[in-house]
Design a protein around this ligand. Structure first.
Ligand code: AP5
Ligand code: MG
Length: 191
């Protein structure tokens, strides 16, 4: 299996680039944000709880998110691999991912972090807020999402640094140019 983590702050292009990675490598996409938004749309109990947290730009509990990941791994055992988008977001989530994959004798191949300056992130997200009305794309929540990323999520990069699996990629420029950089990083994964 090829297991790739697409990491980066809100608005760095994880969703946009995931689509291209899936097309090229046939991986199964696991976006915890999308899974949570599905729960919100279906108005499940979990969705109702998650919406309050997401609208503030805080993180949903590790236990909930890890449960969703384990279900997806179980569902797609015979896939060529996974792309994790927006997960792991805490060091505990990274440790749990390692355990969950090792249950299938699998592991993370590379963790690619998209680097984009704060002003550009805010600009992209305000723009998407206007176009799609995503409820956490307003200035107050955007600022908190980026602060939460800096405080709680950035440390995940050190976890993968230590395992020599972290590849930093410039997340600015055209979507195709960024994708070329991602393909280059994936090409270095040892099988
Ligand atoms: P999540 O859905 O993961 O949102 P996010 O991390 O805030 O990131 P986004 O989806 O906003 O951005 P993206 O990096 O995917 O960028 P995109 O490609 O869309 O999480 C939402 C919430 O769910 C969290 O706040 C949290 O509450 C909860 N949650 C999710 N996962 C969790 C977890 N593991 N643990 C706990 N809680 C969790 O691009 C953004 C915009 O920029 C788009 O309009 C796009 O068209 C544009 N764009 C993309 N590339 C470019 C480019 N190269 N140039 C110009 N514009 C571009
Ligand atoms: Mg996204």
């Amino acid at each position: 299996m090829l297991n790739v983590i697409l990491f980066g702050p809100p608005g760095s292009g994880k969703g946009t680039q995931s689509e291209k990675v899936i097309e090229k490598y046939g991986l199964v996409h696991i976006s915890t944000g999308d899974l949570l938004r599905e729960e919100v749309a279906a108005q499940t109990d979990l969705g109702k709880q998650a919406k309050v947290i997401m609208d503030k730009g805080e993180l949903v509990s590790d236990t909930i998110v890890i449960g969703m990941i384990r279900n997806k791994l179980e569902e797609h055992q015979d896939s060529p691999g996974f792309i994790f988008d927006g997960f792991p977001r805490t060091v505990d989530q990274a440790r749990e991912l390692r355990k969950a994959l090792s249950d299938y004798d699998e592991r993370v191949g590379v963790m690619i972090s998209l680097e984009v300056a704060r002003e550009e992130l805010v600009k992209r997200l305000l723009n998407r807020g206007k176009e799609t009305g995503r409820s956490d794309d307003n200035l107050e929540t955007i600022n908190n999402r980026i602060d939460v990323y800096d405080r709680q999520t950035m440390p995940v990069t050190y976890y993968y640094d230590k395992m020599h699996k972290h590849a930093a990629v410039d997340g600015t420029g055209s979507v195709d140019k960024i994708f070329e950089r991602i393909v280059e990083a994936i090409s270095k994964v040892k099988s």
